[in-house]
Design a protein around this ligand. Structure first.
Ligand code: AMP
Length: 471
């Protein structure tokens, strides 16, 4: 997963990009980068680490211009190497181009081989570089950026939300299934296109709407234009964005994520009523779910685990051993809230099972008598190939175990997961317009050796008549 942002028509754009990336930090913590256009060329600064670690006031001041893009990276394709840090910058036939991508291209290897067979060289191991190759090839053939985006939508398979600068023009496009989020808004006279609406909030702006799946937006001094380039028979919005990835205060494709999670919490309380003294979230991912559970069941909400707020997300750690150590530092129990109590413990999901097992162990050590685990998602059974680091089936605890086996493995007193239909209802988007790949093993795009529900894409090339921004 990654976070992307593009801002146009903004004095000192690098500072605004910095704040926007700060708001998107949860989408990727490995590296961060900003590129701006200063009127004649590109300025860039990129590095490993958190946004606050990578940039200083001095580096931001050196990134001049009124248009720019930014990226926070969480690796899915390509190792942690300096050359994989985005935005990617390149020049072609007198034009400078910068590109930032959130998503994962499943046919990256095939496309790369095709380009290599034509003599093209690659300087990174990131799938994003393929997008730059398609763009330069279309320009070489005399095409426009719009032609290049059309070509991308014809041949890329997978998820891609992209922001791009072509000289001083800002472009954005989203794959025809709309798998990863992308939205746009306005702050003063500036235009912002970003992964989640919290980045627009950070700049005191107003969310206009989501970028439609298959839409391309183009912003320059003449204004904002938009075109529907391609359409899929069905969309494929990622449910894991609602379950875990997106911030609770973001609005995704029309819904406030916090509300979706709260509704789910109420639902799991109705599904499997339980007698307990307190409802406790696994902070922070379980909080909104636990609020909903507590409101619905009448069992008091009580924080029994306190999160060390200086820790990153544990699954970012590269090895299982490091992840296990990290869980211990990350959450500390409050024995006074747990001693001799029966607790409903609420979290968003169980992936490998490490977190839940450790937490339950720690809570028992702190005196909890019963621990009833309630999960805000259905069982995660299959890997994600579309941008979430959801491991192989062997690592996924739910891939070959039923609920009772998972319960035993994590040593909970009882365990209940949300059903797929209840998840769909809480999100409020029809099931055929969601990607449920990690829950059902059926994906919206063709993936080798996996089942696909064949949502074919057609090129439509439709201009939007309406002005995108109302003044
Ligand atoms: P675990 O079951 O130990 O893999 O940890 C699962 C917890 O980590 C969940 O409750 C989530 O809060 C969080 N998480 C979310 N996405 C992922 C992911 N892709 N890989 C691992 N953990 C994740």
């Amino acid at each position: 997963m990654c976070g992307i942002v593009g801002i146009s028509n903004c004095a000192d754009v690098s500072f605004s990009l910095y704040y926007a990336l700060y708001a998107l930090q949860h989408r990727g913590q490995e590296s961060a980068g900003i590129a701006t256009f200063n009127g004649s060329g590109l300025c860039k600064f990129k590095g490993n680490g958190l946004v606050s670690e990578v940039f200083s006031e001095a580096t931001l001041s050196s990134l001049s211009g009124s248009v720019g893009i930014g990226h926070v990276r969480y690796p899915t394709t390509g190792e942690n190497r300096p050359e994989n840090i985005q935005p990617f910058l390149f020049s072609f036939r007198g034009h400078v181009i910068a590109i930032a991508h959130n998503g994962n291209l499943v046919n990256y290897r095939d496309l790369r081989t095709k380009f290599e067979d034509k003599g093209q060289i690659f300087w990174s191991t990131s799938d994003t570089e393929i997008i730059s190759k398609i763009i330069t090839e279309e320009i070489r053939k005399g095409g426009t950026i719009e032609d290049a985006v059309r070509k991308c939508m014809e041949c890329l398979k997978g998820s891609y939300s992209v922001v791009m600068m072509y000289d001083g023009d800002l472009y954005a496009f989203r794959d025809p299934h709309g798998i990863r989020p992308l939205c746009f808004g306005k702050a003063g006279d500036s235009y912002i296109i970003c992964s989640e609406s919290v980045a627009i909030d950070a700049l005191a702006g107003t969310l206009e709407r989501d970028v439609y799946p298959g839409e391309m937006i183009h912003i320059n001094q003449d204004g904002v234009r938009s075109k529907q380039i391609a359409e899929a028979r069905h969309r494929g919005h990622c449910v894991f964005e609602y379950i875990y990835f997106a911030r609770a205060d973001s609005r995704l494709d029309g819904s406030l994520v916090y509300d979706v999670r709260r509704k789910i919490g109420a639902q799991i309380s109705d599904d499997e009523p339980v007698k307990a003294d307190v409802v406790c979230p696994v902070p922070d991912s379980g909080t909104a779910y636990a609020v909903g559970f507590s409101e619905q069941s009448g069992i008091p909400f009580k924080e029994c685990l306190i999160k060390n707020r200086y820790m990153g997300r544990t699954f970012i750690m590269p090895t299982q051993k490091k992840r296990e150590q990290a869980v211990r530092i990350k959450l500390n129990p409050i024995p006074d809230h747990l001693n001799n109590r029966s607790v409903v413990l609420v979290d968003d999901s169980i992936v490998r099972g490490t977190t839940s097992r450790r937490i339950i162990e720690t809570m028992r050590d702190a005196g909890a008598q019963e621990i009833h685990m309630r999960i805000g998602s259905p069982i995660i059974k299959a890997p994600c190939y579309l941008g979430v680091d959801m491991p192989t089936r062997t690592e996924l605890i739910g891939s070959d175990k039923d609920v009772e086996e998972v319960r035993k493995s994590i040593t909970a007193t009882s365990l209940h997961y949300l059903s797929v239909s209840a998840l769909v209802e809480a999100i409020g988007i029809p099931q055929e317009d969601l990607c449920l790949g990690c829950l059902t093993g059926c994906y919206p795009v063709e993936i080798t050796n996996e089942v696909c529900d064949n949502r074919c894409i057609t090129i439509v090339d439709r201009d939007f008549q309406t002005n995108l921004f109302h003044h």
